[in-house]
Design a binder for this molecule. Structure first.
Ligand SMILES: NC(=O)c1ccc[n+]([C@@H]2O[C@H](COP(=O)([O-])OP(=O)(O)OC[C@H]3O[C@@H](n4cnc5c(N)ncnc54)[C@H](OP(=O)(O)O)[C@@H]3O)[C@@H](O)[C@H]2O)c1
Length: 250
């Protein structure tokens, strides 16, 4: 089966491409480097010709509120009609748990992306994942003030990129749900405790301070703002195992 992975060179994209190729599929890893640009529409028609499934794993180069909204809206406005013309039978997109009940600029852009997918008429499955473990350093950096990292004690359940890619590949090969599937890591604990455990494990001397007033990417968060409320598929890789694997691979 021909499968196009938009953002096929990214963190989740490259892992998903590898899994699908192992299953024997004809996979196009599409990105601006390979001449496929969802912001301009360049190369889409050629890449999508004969494709049955498209998996959108692209991400915005800028996380600034206006830039990220424009990235996801413009990209979907080029991609979805091109898929409809090419007769694509399943559009899979990776989104984020709780984007519609937690407010920040990046989440607003992902809500806009989801709405365009739902209205497109192309059969789809949206996978909402919790934060990637690979993103923990970026989260610590964004919440840092010198040697102190301030985080709220809200529940957090990060998932390893390998688990995300395995779920994306499985969903892409199944029938479209025309709905949302949620995935999360195997362990749930307060945000500040998980980041403190991560920093300690990687030898980062910064101290994490539990701060109930601290925000997430500028937005307020409550106890269950970042975790699935209902049933979710759980990854297999816990934080200790992920740190061990990352250090072995380094
Ligand atoms: N970070 C999290 O915790 C989290 C949690 C849940 C869901 N997500 C979602 O997961 C998805 C994948 O994230 P990621 O971290 O794997 O992304 P990433 O590593 O930043 O990769 C982004 C990919 O998008 C491609 N790309 C950038 N601009 C493009 C354009 N104009 N046209 C086509 N492709 C373009 C990049 O290509 P180049 O290599 O050529 O630049 C790259 O392949 C995103 O949609 C994100 O919202 C993230």
């Amino acid at each position: 089966m021909k499968i196009v992975v938009i953002g096929g060179t990214g963190l989740i994209g490259s892992k998903t491409v590898a899994i699908l190729r192992q299953h024997g599929h004809d996979v196009v890893a599409a990105s601006p480097q390979s001449g496929v640009n969802t912001l301009t529409g360049e190369g889409l028609k050629e890449a999508l010709a004969g494709a049955q499934v498209v998996i959108d794993l692209a991400n915005s180069p800028s996380f600034e509120d206006k830039a990220v909204l424009e990235f996801f809206e413009t990209s979907e406005r080029h991609l979805l009609p091109a898929e409809a013309s090419a007769g694509v039978r399943h559009h899979v997109a990776l989104s984020i748990v709780a984007i519609d009940r937690t407010d920040n600029g990046y989440f607003r852009a992902k809500v806009a992306q989801e709405k365009l997918i739902e209205a497109s008429g192309v059969p789809y499955t949206i996978i909402r994942a919790t934060q990637f473990m690979e993103f923990l350093r970026g989260i610590a950096d964004s919440a840092a003030d010198g040697k102190t990292v301030r985080l709220p004690p809200v529940l957090f359940q990060p998932i390893a990129a390998d688990d995300v890619a395995a779920n994306v590949a499985e969903v892409a090969l199944a029938a479209p749900r025309n709905g949302i599937v949620e995935i999360a890591g195997p362990e749930r604990a307060p945000f500040n405790e998980i980041v403190a455990k991560y920093l300690k494990a990687v030898g980062d001397p910064r101290q994490v301070v539990r701060d109930p007033e601290a925000r997430y990417w500028g937005g307020p968060v409550e106890e269950r703002s970042l975790v699935p409320l209902g049933e979710a598929r759980l990854g297999r890789i816990g934080l200790d195992e992920w740190v061990r694997r990352s250090q072995a691979a380094a």
